[in-house]
Design a protein around this ligand. Structure first.
Ligand SMILES: Cc1ncc(COP(=O)(O)O)c(C=O)c1O
Length: 386
């Protein structure tokens, strides 16, 4: 078959630079090279023992069949309790096979081919691709430190084919947290224009400074035009369990439920039961996240002061360091050269949107010695010391 016979929307999504760097780093590793991978956005610690043991028991108990497409009631109820939100577990929560499918569902629920969705720039690589996969157009709104944006720029982006806006706080890649005031102003603009605010809150437990996380679900009337997306991948280090969720009004959750019926059918049965156990142990997980990740972030900040050639945007949350390079125009090329010469995998900023160019992202969900060695190698590369 010829490539022109493929779906235009799907084939418009070309392999990302992120994937290229990842594939190349794996190849080098297979060749026995000492590659430091600072590109992976996945906690490097295991889920709690309670969760692992319960999972094994749920499997042995035979919890391996389909569940209701919107998820088992116990989990939907536990999610409402955890979120402390005024939402009905019966009609306003849907469990998805990972947070990513929740985002797909939210976009799918309001978009027709040719519509557009506003994406804050920089933000997670996958938003643009998800939007394009529906034959829709991502429109980028430049956002600075602390989520500063120009309200007029945003108003100018909105037209009658704008169906949604995606915000992610704590943000991948910048680590910034949106304030209550800015989130409310985004929400009000969305409500005014009758567009859906998709709030990706997947890193809500990865908060390390004084600035608190603020959820969309705490904003007045948020359910009218808002959907909160979250999951167990990051909070409980359960990336492979594939359990996420969406909370919104019944109209939207119904549509997302249809997406679950059409795609995964349901999130994995035993993984949903394990997720209930995970939420019961959220206190323990919060301690673990702080104990493991906070010293890494502190060291990252120290290293930023010690090493030359790039500057860290001080992260407030998530698991990423977002660095500005001086005098590098093509960060994709730069990242490939860095990997080849110094065997460090980072994610080039351009993958996160047009305004990500000139930046790179590292994940500090890795051991301190990797972080230190990796950043030293990057500094050497930038300063061309060998
Ligand atoms: C910003 C953001 N949202 C959503 C996800 C998806 O997470 P999952 O589908 O594993 O729940 C990720 C994963 O990297 C992410 O970084």
């Amino acid at each position: 078959m010829k490539s022109n016979k493929l779906s235009k929307s799907l084939s418009s999504i070309v392999g990302s630079v992120t994937a290229e760097v990842f594939a190349e780093s794996k190849k080098l590793q297979r060749m026995g090279k000492n590659v430091i991978n600072l590109a992976i956005g996945q906690p490097d610690f295991l889920p709690l023992d309670e969760v692992l043991e319960a999972t094994a028991n749920f499997v042995m108990d035979g919890k391996v069949q389909y569940t209701e497409s919107k998820g088992i009631f116990d989990l939907r109820k536990s999610i409402v309790d955890y979120y402390q939100v005024d939402a009905s577990p019966e009609t306003e929560v849907v469990v998805t096979a990972g947070g990513k499918l929740g985002i797909f569902g939210a976009v799918w629920s309001v978009c027709n081919p040719g519509d557009n969705v506003i994406v804050l720039d920089p933000s997670w690589v996958s938003y643009g691709s998800i939007i394009k996969s529906f034959g829709c157009i991502p429109k980028y709104l430049e956002v600075g430190k602390d989520f500063t944006f120009d309200e007029d720029d945003l108003r100018n982006l909105i037209d009658d084919r704008t169906k949604a806006l995606i915000v992610n706080s704590p943000c991948n890649p910048t680590g910034q947290i949106i304030s209550e005031k800015k989130l409310a102003s985004l929400y009000n603009l969305c409500a005014e224009n009758e567009i859906l605010l998709i709030s990706d809150e997947i890193y809500n437990e990865y908060v390390f400074g004084n600035k608190p996380f603020f959820s969309l679900t705490k904003i007045n009337n948020w359910k009218d035009y808002g959907v909160a997306i979250n999951g167990f991948s990051k909070t409980f280090s359960m990336t492979g369990f594939r359990v996420g969720y969406a909370i919104s009004n019944e109209l939207i959750t119904n549509e997302i439920n249809k997406v679950m019926q059409l795609t995964a059918s349901c999130a994995t049965n035993f993984a949903q039961h394990a997720a209930v156990v995970a939420l019961k142990n959220i206190g323990k997980m919060r301690v673990r996240i702080q104990e493991i990740m906070k010293p890494r972030l502190d060291r990252l900040i120290e290293l930023d002061g010690e090493l030359l050639g790039f500057d860290l945007l001080r992260p407030q949350g998530a698991m990423y360091g977002w660095f500005k390079l001086h005098d590098v125009q093509d960060t994709a090329k730069w990242a490939k050269e860095l990997l080849k010469e110094k065997l460090v995998a980072v994610t080039p900023g351009i993958g996160f949107g047009p305004h990500g160019e000139g930046w790179f992202r590292i994940s500090y969900a890795t051991k301190l010695e990797n972080l230190e060695d990796g950043l030293q190698r990057i500094s050497d590369f930038v300063n061309k010391k060998n």
